[in-house]
Design a protein around this ligand. Structure first.
Ligand code: SF4
Length: 431
């Protein structure tokens, strides 16, 4: 469900690390909770299972968000915890143990079980970290049990992935100190995208290369002082911090969206491996050219169109950089739930000067700014899309950028198409 929080309102313009003014908002916000991340994470780690410990609302959210998966053997479920007082918590733990026992007996394919916390008060009272440790001991070595929170109280929906990956970091084996540096790409990518990047890294002679999350629980990548981390998603601050605490070095980079973003993302790794520019260009230039060709047809439809980003997925900055620099769109406002100045430094440098950059939300004020800018396309969460469509604005659900493979050269055209689709739909409705 969407969460509306009314925090103390302190709208003001302040400067962060970058010179750019940021409109900081701490009012009511409309976001989905971190449970939503299960919808794409459960497809990624093929022998993992996500057991939400939550209410009926959580179960409904997961079922409707992931409704397309009804034909597959499910890799997620909700253990519904009804209202109970503190005295009933012992029962709740016993009940959870019984549910996990039954699940694992029925599904021997599960090798990694996540207990996912939620925000109902009955769940907050439960110590899921202790439950995970207890259950891990019972089911070791066949099944590892971890926990994280997908609660909607403090999160945006992509923080679910961050929390899930951060929970995996302590489980990663130590890397061999004497081994040469390895590259760790962090963030869930579609398998097809991952395979493309593997090929490019191999052509660049960069490696060994590992991905987090891995496709199988038994393939956890090693980490240590010789690990170089390349973030594939901009919303992984807790995971990055946990990896840095294990000695890994994060490479400063843009994010691999569009031809430019992909080239600069790869370049960060190439620089760390001292790959000569000539070799780098030799590998990436043909891919770049294919991406440019794919983008050309969408550029004609999008040039000069105005776009407004509401804060939702935390992908807003790289997306705004892509649409303004590669599709010549005009960005009225770029809203983001959180602005991680360090992770987004390279993106911040490339944003158009005339766009408002805002962090956090005060939804009514932002809606007023949106209407005043009269955008051609609005990128926003599901909760705002219908009301804005009813007002005659054309919207794109930000969650689609998580469900669709959009990273890398071969997907640049598909990414551009996501912005043209709502305009095409609107023009058909108007005929
Ligand atoms: S975790 Fe909280 S916000 Fe998310 S579905 Fe459950 S009750 Fe709703």
């Amino acid at each position: 469900m969407t969460v509306a929080l009314d925090l103390a309102r302190t709208d003001r313009n302040i400067n962060g690390c970058s010179e750019r003014p940021v409109l900081r908002q701490r009012g009511q916000r409309e976001v989905f909770c971190g449970l939503t991340g299960i919808v794409w994470m459960h497809r990624k780690i093929q022998d993992a299972f996500f057991l939400v410990v939550g209410s009926r609302t959580c179960a409904h959210l997961i079922q409707s968000a992931a409704g397309v998966m009804i034909f597959a053997e499910p890799r997620f479920a909700t253990a519904i915890l009804d209202e109970r007082d503190l005295a009933g918590l012992a029962d709740a733990n016993d009940e959870l143990d019984r549910i996990v026992d039954r699940l694992l007996a029925r599904r021997p394919d599960i090798k990694l079980l996540f207990l996912v916390g939620s925000c109902p008060s009955e769940v907050i009272k439960l110590d899921l970290a202790r439950a995970a440790a207890r259950l891990s001991k019972i089911h070791a070595p066949t099944v590892r049990v971890l926990n994280y929170s997908g609660s909607g109280i403090e999160t945006t929906f992509t923080q679910g992935e961050d929390a899930c990956l951060a929970a995996l970091v302590p489980e990663l084996p130590n890397s061999d100190r004497t081994a040469p540096p390895s590259l760790l790409v962090v963030g869930a990518l579609a398998d097809v995208v991952e395979d493309q990047f593997r090929r490019i890294f191999a052509d660049l002679s960069i490696g060994p290369v590992y991905f987090l999350p891995p496709r199988r629980a038994g393939e956890l990548p090693p980490v240590g002082g010789n690990t170089r981390v390349l973030l594939a998603q901009p919303f992984l601050s807790d995971t990055a911090k946990a990896l840095e605490e294990r000695g890994a070095e994060r490479l400063l980079a843009m994010f691999p969206l569009g031809a430019e973003g992909t080239t600069e993302w790869l370049r960060a790794a190439a620089n760390a491996w001292n790959i000569p520019e000539r070799k780098f260009r030799g590998v990436v230039a043909p891919c770049e050219e294919r991406a440019q060709t794919a983008l050309r047809r969408y550029r004609d439809q999008l040039t000069g169109k105005t776009i407004f980003f509401f804060p939702d997925s935390q992908l807003e900055l790289p997306l705004a950089r892509f649409v303004s620099r590669e599709l010549s769109m005009r960005t009225a406002e770029i809203g983001t739930p959180y602005l991680h100045q360090q992770h987004l430094a390279a993106e911040l440098d490339r944003l158009p000067d005339d766009a408002v950059l805002s962090e956090g939300q005060d939804v009514e004020l932002q809606l007023d700014r949106c209407r005043a800018s009269n955008p051609d396309v609005v990128v926003c969460g599901l909760g705002l899309a219908n009301p804005l469509e009813a007002e005659g604005l054309t919207t794109k659900w930000s969650i689609e950028f998580l469900f669709t493979p959009i990273q890398g050269y071969e997907q640049a055209g598909d990414l551009a198409e996501l912005f043209t689709r709502p305009l095409v739909r609107r023009s058909r409705l108007e005929v």
